[in-house]
Design a protein around this ligand. Structure first.
Ligand SMILES: C[S@@+](CC[C@H](N)C(=O)[O-])C[C@H]1O[C@@H](n2cnc3c(N)ncnc32)[C@H](O)[C@@H]1O
Length: 221
């Protein structure tokens, strides 16, 4: 057991080539709010709106970080719904657990990898992923998308939001390339990867935030 952020971290960090956020997990919410010029909450709210979660649905947030988005989704799916969040970083999951304790939330968070999602086939109506794919090298993006498709119900849907180096926005380019895995994201390439993974009707949604260029949604084909 290690101690970080004053919390006992009981879970081991699984091995991944994805770039995880560990030593500064405690400051993640603050840092991301500064980088987004105070729009952190508003961005997550816009993602919830685009994801269209319905009451009673089961939702999985992959690369959930400190759980902000998952907890907002819980408000929409309600008590009859189910929200799970996974992240490769035990320290990020510990931050999410702190929020759960503060709010008496019924969302559940655990350490797990997008390339090896520890849920059964066809469990979720909706999978969301925000600002995580740029942390992954190409082959893990493919593996992760296959896993997401596996855990989605036959009519399940995916909403993926991330930075892209081809966004036409300097901040999007910098965050994509330096904020995560050195290859970053190319939006056109990622959208074809989503299609290759077996999603139908994949479309790029309009975003008022140019740095979040990949806002793609699709349903399991
Ligand atoms: C920039 S943060 C985004 C967190 C959150 N989704 C948000 O919108 O604030 C990216 C997260 O992806 C996680 N991550 C990196 N590689 C991963 C992997 N292979 N599987 C699951 N999570 C991973 C990191 O630990 C980090 O918490």
């Amino acid at each position: 057991m290690s101690k970080a952020n004053g919390l006992a971290i009981t879970e081991q960090a699984p091995e991944t080539e994805g770039r995880t956020i560990r030593s500064w997990a405690r400051y993640y919410d603050l840092v991301s709010n500064i980088i987004s010029l105070g729009r952190g909450k508003a961005i997550h709210r816009a993602i919830v709106k685009a994801a269209k979660p319905a009451a009673g649905e089961s939702v999985l947030d992959v690369g959930c970080g400190t759980g902000t988005l998952a907890l907002m989704l819980e408000e929409k799916v309600g008590d009859a719904g189910r929200v799970e969040g996974i992240d490769a970083s035990p320290e990020m999951i510990a931050e999410a657990h702190k929020k759960v304790d503060r709010r008496a939330s019924h969302s559940r968070f655990k350490v797990a990898l997008v390339e090896q999602i520890s849920f059964e086939d066809d469990e979720f109506d909706l999978v969301v992923s925000s600002f995580m794919f740029h942390h992954l090298p190409k082959h893990l993006k493919r593996d992760g998308l296959a896993e997401i498709r596996r855990v989605l119900k036959p009519d399940g849907r995916l909403l993926l939001v991330d930075f892209a180096r081809d966004s036409g926005s300097l901040i999007g380019h910098l965050l994509s390339v330096f904020g995560g895995h050195s290859h970053g994201n190319d939006s056109t390439e990622l959208i074809s990867m989503i299609e290759d993974a077996g999603f139908a009707e994949v479309r790029r949604l309009k975003s008022r935030r140019p740095e979040a260029a990949i806002v793609a949604s699709g349903s399991k084909a």
